[in-house]
Design a protein around this ligand. Structure first.
Ligand SMILES: *Cc1c(COP(=O)(O)O)cnc(C)c1O
Length: 732
């Protein structure tokens, strides 16, 4: 951000030395609330919570919405009542320091990026529960990516879509079946404003299609030092059906989808141009934005007079493509008719024939029948491509080997950078306080480096255990509050509500399972043999309980039936007080669960989990992973830092794979997890368990942080793409 923008953001805000007035206090609070920097600074969130704890929770912890409920006068009164002024001043000063800090990782390691930022495209961004512009892991990954880029000082602008209704809110009906509710977002309650051209006017982008123009407006949001631009088709002048194009994530049909992707990719590149931003690198996070480089090529041809092939080479040098999908069917594909309708006008400007253009999205360029695949065009338009874990790298090279038929599989140019999570966003405050005591000073600014975490091996076992148990207690009050509210909404009996208020038992081993209910994640695998699992959960000496949460895609009846089966276990006395389903999984529910569980269960059908990240959030907070050796866990597990299910293989028959995996899961629960958890010493401490917690934190927290991940993108992708020295991406 340049100085003028910084000034405009803090315009009218007086410094600490000025006299405090009603107006400038309100403006100062708004300035803090308007930068998503608060989303990874718990002290700043606490400050807003202290203004009105109940409303803050009801408003999804949204400070802009909260401030909207205060007149400047009432805010002034309230701040004096609860003595918040010095904390507000301090937060404001810290934000200003953060925004102007020049001593960053990037200033020494990625100087070549200079004034030409990385343009990071993603269809979703999971930054905070109050911004419903994500549906799951991909979005949270993008959110964590830009938060780390901000702190590392990487010049980066992000481009996404503004979903006026976001993803759905989930409720289960009396039969335990998922119902979807869409809620209109109140724009005035979000920390966004219209993005402006250099001349100060709001931006409108026009996208040509064969069936008429599409207009798009652009919102701007500040995430630390990173600007996030969100494209929105709800513009006067668009046809009514087009005004709703961007209203929901992954809604509608193929035509909606290609139009969303046209907006994200081509619209995003046009928006950057209108904003006066000249990116040095284009990072396409998944195939949704892969039309974007075509518009960059067009711009190169227009301004530099290059031929298509030369412009493509130039643009591909600067483009980075990240693939996330290990199943062939999971890649976006469009019919030639949809492609020609939406890309036809651009194709003509590029001087390409219909067949030439279609071949960009086809594995076999000679084919006339293949559909147009977004991953294929993404790979063809970028020189640097990566998968999101070591194992996913192997899978991706095999899957796309036929794009480079003359190369050996190990020479297929797809490397890997394993995903990570933004530590500050997922770490519980109590754990952070403990780390402050045992880790090296300044660890928080270098969470992506192993040295920062060495101190954990000296932590007092009792202290770590106590901190974990405090967090577990907090999780239980959250679960009970939410579960009680669910039962009340369904008008259940007083007896049922009373039971909900005391659901589960905080003293026993607690497993968490929460993620999208895509069927390959096999949420109900553990219930394959109800008799056996009931014995395991109800073992009188070593009982276990499980908390579930997660949404199924509205069209995924398989996933919905998994949810229903789990919810209905309430009616079975063997499980009524051992299994609970929390509705409406989002970043907030996730944060509570990953901070409080003893064990995080992950049992996808190998190798379908490209990486997975929720288990990485658990590591930071002292929980242990119990997982299939898929995705990140295949490279993370070392025998002492968690638990593995199965031997890292799968059978061609899904049925055989599922049977083997669930047997292994039961065995690990009975022979390892429960005995180690319940084996206490004279002080009541499960020493071996706590040692695993320490190993987990010590070996994994830095490696699977998004700081490490973004530094890797910096070194192996951004710097080379910007013309700096190239380095070899992670070992194949
Ligand atoms: C972290 C996170 C995910 C990713 O979970 P996986 O287990 O990796 O699929 C999904 N949804 C939300 C809300 C998250 O916070």
């Amino acid at each position: 951000m340049n100085k003028a923008e910084l000034l405009s953001q803090t315009k009218g805000v007086v410094t600490n030395h000025d006299k405090l007035t009603v107006e400038n206090l309100h403006e100062k609070c708004m300035a803090i609330a308007s930068n998503l920097w608060w989303s990874w600074n718990p002290e700043v969130q606490q400050l807003f919570r202290d203004l009105d704890p109940v409303r803050f929770r009801q408003l999804d912890h949204n400070p802009v919405a909260l401030l909207g409920e205060f007149t400047p006068e009432r805010l002034f009164e309230r701040v004096n009542e609860v003595v918040l002024l010095s904390r507000i001043n301090q937060a404001y000063r810290r934000l200003k320091e953060y925004m102007t800090d020049r001593q960053t990782w990037a200033s020494t390691h990625a100087g070549v990026l200079g004034a030409k930022p990385v343009a990071y495209f993603s269809a979703e961004f999971g930054i905070h529960e109050s911004l419903p512009i994500y549906s799951g892991g991909l979005g949270v990954l993008s959110g964590d990516h830009i938060k780390s880029a901000s702190s590392l000082g990487i010049p980066l602008v992000a481009i996404g879509l503004f979903y006026a209704q976001g993803y759905f809110r989930q409720q289960l009906n009396d039969a335990g079946y998922q119902e979807e509710k869409y809620v209109d977002t109140q724009v005035e309650n979000l920390p966004i404003k219209p993005a402006l051209c250099p001349d100060g006017n709001p931006i409108t982008i026009t996208l040509e299609t064969r069936t008429g123009n599409l207009l798009v407006k652009v919102w701007k949001m500040q995430v630390g030092r990173v600007r996030l631009f969100l494209l929105d088709s709800n513009v006067e002048g668009n046809r009514p059906e087009d005004r709703n194009l961007t209203s929901r994530l992954y809604g509608g049909d193929e035509r909606t989808r290609i139009r969303q992707e046209l907006i994200l990719g081509v619209g995003g590149v046009k928006a950057l141009k209108a904003l006066g931003i000249q990116p040095g690198v284009y990072h396409l996070n998944e195939g949704h934005s892969a039309f974007g480089p075509l518009e960059v090529i067009r711009q190169y041809m227009e301004t530099d007079g290059l031929a298509f092939d030369d412009a493509l080479r130039e643009v591909a040098m600067r483009s980075v493509f990240t693939t996330h999908t290990p199943v062939p069917a999971g890649h976006d594909r469009f019919t030639p008719e949809l492609i020609e309708e939406h890309l036809g006008p651009l194709r003509e400007k590029l001087g390409l024939s219909y067949e030439q253009f279609m071949s960009l999205g086809r594995v076999d360029p000679e084919s006339t029948t293949e559909t147009f695949c977004m991953t294929v065009i993404g790979l063809k338009l970028s020189r640097t491509a990566n998968a999101v874990s070591q194992l996913h790298g192997h899978v991706s090279r095999r899957m796309w080997a036929h794009l480079w038929p003359w190369r050996a599989e190990s020479e297929i140019p797809i490397g890997h950078i394993t995903n990570g999570v933004h530590s500050q966003s997922w770490l519980a405050e109590q754990m952070r306080t403990l780390y402050d005591r045992v880790l090296v000073h300044g660890w928080m600014d270098r969470v992506g480096e192993p040295e920062s975490w060495k101190g954990i091996y000296n932590v007092d076992l009792g202290e770590l255990w106590e901190t974990h148990n405090t967090l577990k207690t907090i999780m239980f009050s959250f679960i009970r509050r939410r579960f009680t509210a669910q039962c009340r909404r369904r008008n259940e009996s007083e007896a049922a509500i009373e039971q909900a208020r005391n659901i589960l038992d905080p003293s026993i081993l607690t497993i968490g399972f929460a993620r999208r209910f895509a069927t390959y994640k096999r949420a109900n695998l553990i219930f394959s043999d109800l008799e056996r699992i009931s014995k395991i959960l109800n073992d009188p000496n070593r009982p276990i309980q499980i908390v579930f949460a997660g949404k199924a895609h509205p069209k995924d009846e398989g996933g919905k039936s998994f949810i229903q089966k789990i919810a209905q276990l309430r009616d079975d006395p063997r499980f009524a007080n051992r299994v609970v389903f929390i509705e409406d999984y989002d970043v907030n529910v996730c944060r509570h669960l990953v901070q409080g569980v003893d064990v995080w269960l992950n049992n996808p059908r190998l190798p379908l989990e490209a990486s997975g990240t929720s288990g990485q959030k658990v590591v930071l907070n002292g929980g242990l992973n119990l997982s299939i050796l898929d995705g990140w866990w295949a490279e993370a597990y070392d025998g002492h830092n968690g638990f593995a299910i199965g031997g890292g293989t799968s059978h061609v028959s899904d049925e055989i794979t599922d049977n083997r995996d669930v047997l292994s899961l039961y065995q690990v629960l009975e022979n390892d997890v429960a005995p180690i958890f319940y084996n206490r010493d004279v002080d009541g401490l499960p020493r071996e368990w706590i040692k695993r917690m320490i190993n987990s934190i010590g070996t994994l927290a830095w490696r699977f942080s998004s700081d490490r991940m973004v530094m890797d993108y910096g070194r192996y992708c951004y710097v080379p793409a910007a013309g700096g020295l190239s380095s070899q991406m992670g070992p194949h």
